[in-house]
Design a protein around this ligand. Sequence first.
Ligand SMILES: NC(=O)C1=CN([C@@H]2O[C@H](COP(=O)(O)OP(=O)(O)OC[C@H]3O[C@@H](n4cnc5c(N)ncnc54)[C@H](OP(=O)(O)O)[C@@H]3O)[C@@H](O)[C@H]2O)[C@@H](O)CC1
Ligand SMILES: [K+]
Length: 472
Amino acid sequence: MRYAHAVADVRAAERELMARLPEGALMQRAAFGLATVAADMLRDAGSVYGSRVALLVGVGDNGGDALYAGALLAGRGVAVHALLADPDRAHEGGLSALRDAGGRIVADAAVLDQADLVVDGLLGIGGRGGLRGEFARLAEAAHESGAPILAVDLPSGIEADTGEVSGPAVRADVTVTFGTHKPGLFVDPGASHAGIVEFVDIGLEFPPSVEPVLENLQVQDVRALLPAPGRSSHKYSRGVVGLAVGSERYPGAALLAVGAALRSGVGAVRYSGPVDVVSSYPEVIAGGGKVQAWVVGSGLGRDDEAVRRLLNVLATDVPVVVDADGLRLLPRKAFERSAPTIITPHAGEAAALLDVTAEQIEGQRLEYVRRLAQSYDATVVLKGPLTLIAGPQTSRVRVNTHAGPVLATAGSGDVLAGIIGGLLAGGLSPYDAASAGAYLHGATGLLAARSGPVAAGDLVASLPLAWHNIQE
Ligand SMILES: NC(=O)C1=CN([C@@H]2O[C@H](COP(=O)(O)OP(=O)(O)OC[C@H]3O[C@@H](n4cnc5c(N)ncnc54)[C@H](OP(=O)(O)O)[C@@H]3O)[C@@H](O)[C@H]2O)[C@@H](O)CC1
Ligand SMILES: [K+]
């Protein structure tokens, strides 16, 4: 598992560690990690010795990290030039270290045009709001130079705790983050400014009483969650999932969701609805009956019949996944259910559920995924390039980073709903089913994309191998 911690908790952990170390040791660790990544980038692009690096330096310790890393690079034969956002307030120790190593402090931003790499040390966890004044001008000049940008701790101008971006911000190719991930590196739009995130361990420790803001499941976490059939398993003990999805108008949603559910580790799949799924999937049991979880909504349409099918499912006492049209029809009072509910909105559906705009959701994803979980007393899967998962009983949010743009294809959501429903029926908690489901769905997309452009049916076809790869 990877974790992201709140800035206040990072500060506390930093104080605790600093008290046990010689002065400046923590910044040296950070600068060494930063210089190592910078040197790797320079080497990949040609060579370290003889290359040119420009530092953008703010007024806090983020700029200090950049200056000390610049000194280390200068010691390896790199021509290092530092541009200071406010020369009177730049980190003094860092400035002397850079000068002593042969680096130069310059005022002319033209050095950016010759740079092989720009290091963004304008703002770190002390930043508030978008970049202002000279900070914004330096960032803009760096973007215009076209040189690759390496951000220190986080791209300057993004909110570390939320990923919100309220003004000018650096768009980095790589970000080196220290001690723990910052939530803003995992949540869009901030995350989309970070590029590839490299983690440098500087020895920060968090006591068990400190809750991370975000959890990011790794393959071993998902492996531990996926149900594995034992010797004594039979089809009912492995779980039966029911699907009330698809309609005469949208039969494809039923085929995709059922296809995915059949490959989600369950013992059996029941289908309730007007679509002939049995011709394609003879394994399916047509009609209702006892199930351990329901999926409802995908391709349901929005007519009276759709409402009836939705309410029937919500009236059951088993966990339910509500997707797509089901979300558009969702009455809030239906959430006085005795069993858990999972909802799987994209930003537009989330906006309708909360009566706000999709832009508001996209701008404050962490805030709104939590608000949805509270308002609807449900586990929420807020879909997007970085899907967020929130539960009604936990303040920790999970984020899925194991995915790619191929998932943005028609029918992809039907597949996700089928997978999550299957995992729920297999006995996972709603929070685990939603997060492992998002990972598995992402894994099918990444796998299918190896063979070229991907349709949602390819996601279904790739599920068994994606599952197998996770269990290897
Ligand atoms: N914690 C750790 O474990 C370690 C931390 N380390 C490093 O320290 C970094 C944090 O350093 P930090 O606290 O000095 O804050 P930092 O972000 O450099 O500067 C903040 C200052 O900038 C200003 N300012 C704010 N917003 C602005 C805006 N929008 N536009 C323009 N200016 C703005 C504001 O000054 P103001 O002008 O408002 O007085 C504020 O005081 C951290 O990210 C990491 O890199 C590592 O070295 C070792 C381990
Ligand atoms: K930065």
